[in-house]
Design a protein around this ligand. Structure first.
Ligand code: ZN
Length: 621
């Protein structure tokens, strides 16, 4: 039983980042009502230190169950309760230290505390590492009897089932030990890429739209890609991709090592494929993955249509890769005050019911929200907390439509966490990655529909449609394309082929054409795009498809809530309240979406298609 993911019960989600012209304020210059209230977790560092002492004293108690889990139901239940008690404590210690350090990353004491907390949580994983193998060693019949005959153990049935799923793919103790000792070395490809991508790579300099020579960085790249100056966009795009291309052989060799390591790990455990190994733990049938890709490929028409509309609206002869995020209208919705944004989001979320909206307002009065950027504050937007804490959320609100949307998005995570924690015992209050982005994206979809329905000028409509279509493209099509590429790269290794710069570029090239056709000019640098995606190097590979499936589920849910009304709303809230008390696919089935079929993907593409037509019509007006 490893609880690394559970140590961040409200999955830390980095959802958006922004670039500002003016210097951010110091944290103490920002009014209290726009900052979160962490004193609710710990009134002082002394209290936090006291919990660490408590934790260190408690930790040996979980060790005392070693070798005894299979003795009887009562002992097993006591061990699970002990585990929960300690895990809740270390979660509080860890998350508080994290949140505190993210307030101002320049404060050395806070980041030192965060790193202490990380070390402490590793101890927890070590102390409980005997539990899963011991559980697996209990004969299934005996375990079933222990569960049915022990009062209080029944609610852990699903949790135990999750641990036992791996039974068929678990090797002997000696073999497991060898695999565990190799895992650090097999995970190094990811570290190599991280070191390269976060520290070593440099993109050189660029002349911005105002004629200033500035360093091209990842943060600036995103801003340059939505510049109205085509020359700036081209220089930024080529500046970034040119660097990855230049190092293509190195990056391909490293990626090949990574894929081979994953294929090896899957094979020795007896999985049919690395894809099956990656999806098995959460009981996601591989068809969910393959259906997504097939439906996205077949539904590429609307994507190409959108690119054609972009080309015409930008009035360019051919659409280049650096034109795909260029603004095709005025940014009409901006300078929205935070107070206005709060109200806009509250009004939009009305279809989710009184209780939902009450919880939303409670979040502001209870200090869940950290609204503005300040010196040293961690970038991006995220929601994070523990079972016992408030579901805190942080953002860098800047008055743009995208900022308003981020507020709705992060609140989706926080209310999801809040409802799950209220309804579930600790063990099920967390939710899995496959589910994690659904509530947040549903909120965004509902907000967008509401704002679009109320937009009264042509300019507002164009702006809203373009913004959401770009998000749709990035969240659904792009991730499906990535997932498609990732599957082919693994399949190549599984069939004994080598991965080289040329072969990987070819896979990416062909996949890109399958989605975009000739709607975007195939600049030669497009082929090396795969080498810029850090997710491909995650040790939990086959990760990105979950962005696409989340987009699909959220689109379906938003549509059901807005059209079907009450029954859909109740199913949605039930999904949020369920946390992880069942497997993700089952939870979604109960909410009315069967992800094992292609139908929800096809329906999502239809929504995209209709919005593309609406944009086309609006542009003609
Ligand atoms: Zn998110």
């Amino acid at each position: 039983m490893k609880y690394t993911t559970k140590l961040t019960p409200l999955i830390l989600l980095i959802c958006a980042s922004s670039l500002h012209a003016e210097e951010p304020k110091e944290r103490d210059e920002i009014a209290e009502k726009y900052k979160w209230d962490l004193t609710d977790m710990y009134v002082s560092t002394d209290r936090w230190e006291a919990d660490i002492l408590k934790y260190n004293a408690l930790l040996p108690e979980i060790e005392s169950y070693r070798g005894r889990l299979g003795s009887d139901g009562k002992t097993l239940l006591a061990a699970i309760h002990k585990m929960e008690e300690i895990e809740m404590l270390i979660s509080d210690i860890f998350v508080y230290a994290g949140l505190k350090s993210y307030e101002d990353m320049r404060v050395g004491e806070n980041s030192a505390n965060f790193s202490r907390a990380r070390t402490l949580s590793t101890k927890y994983n070590e102390a409980t590492s005997y539990m899963r193998p011991e559980l697996l060693a209990i004969p299934p019949r005996k375990l079933a009897k222990m569960i049915s005959s022990t009062k209080g153990l029944g609610i852990y049935r699903h949790f135990i089932d999750e641990q036992l799923r791996m039974r068929d793919y678990t090797l002997s103790e000696t073999e497991e030990k060898i695999l565990a000792s190799a895992s650090d070395a097999l995970g190094k490809f990811s570290s190599v890429y991280g070191a390269f991508n976060n520290a070593d790579i440099k993109y050189g300099e660029i002349v911005d739209a105002e004629g200033n020579t500035v360093e091209l960085t990842k943060a600036r790249y995103a801003a340059f890609m939505s510049s109205t100056d085509r020359r700036v966009r081209e220089d930024a795009w080529k500046g970034v991709y040119g660097e990855y291309e230049r190092l293509g052989n190195t990056l391909a060799a490293n990626y090949e090592g990574h894929v081979k390591a994953r294929v090896f790990q899957a094979k020795v455990r007896g999985f049919d494929s690395a894809l099956q190994a990656a999806t098995y733990g959460n009981a996601i049938p591989t068809e969910v993955y393959t259906n997504l890709i097939e439906a996205a490929r077949q539904g590429a028409g609307p994507l190409q249509h959108y690119m054609e509309i972009r080309r015409a609206a930008l009035d360019v002869e051919t659409l280049q890769p650096w034109d795909t995020s260029a603004p095709i209208g005025e940014e009409t919705i901006k300078d929205v005050s935070f107070e206005e944004a709060k109200q806009i989001v509250a009004d939009a979320l009305t279809p989710l019911g009184d209780e939902y909206v009450t919880t939303y307002w409670k979040g502001f009065s209870e200090g869940w929200v950290d609204a503005y950027e300040s010196q040293g504050k961690r970038g991006g937007a995220y929601s994070w907390g523990t079972y016992r804490s408030k579901p805190y959320l942080s953002m860098n609100y800047n008055g743009t439509f995208s900022s308003v949307s981020t507020l709705a998005h992060e609140y989706g995570h926080s209310i999801h966490s809040s409802l799950a924690a209220e309804a579930q015992p600790y063990t099920y209050a967390n939710y899995r990655t496959f589910i994690a982005e659904i509530a947040s994206m549903t909120n965004e979809a509902i907000l967008f529909q509401k704002m679009l329905s109320e937009a009264d000028s042509r300019e507002d409509k164009v702006f809203l449609l373009q913004t959401y279509l770009d998000e749709f493209r990035g969240g659904f099509y792009t991730q499906a394309l990535f997932a498609d590429y990732e599957m082919q790269a693994h399949a190549a290794v599984e069939s004994g082929k080598a991965l080289t710069k040329d072969s990987l570029n070819k896979i990416y090239h062909d996949t890109h054409i399958a989605y975009y056709g000739d709607s975007v000019q195939m600049d030669p640098l497009v082929d090396s795009t795969w080498s810029r995606i850090p997710h491909f190097l995650r040790n939990d590979n086959f990760y990105v498809y979950q962005y696409s499936t989340s987009f699909v589920a959220a689109t379906a849910l938003a549509k059901m809530i807005l059209i079907e009304g009450e029954p859909a709303r109740l199913r949605f809230l039930n999904l949020l309240r369920s946390g992880s008390n069942d497997y993700p696919i089952e939870l979604l089935k109960k909410a009315g979406i069967d992800m094992t079929t292609a139908a929800p993907v096809i329906a999502t593409i239809e929504v995209f298609d209709r919005m593309v037509s609406e944009l086309e019509q609006t542009l003609k007006e």
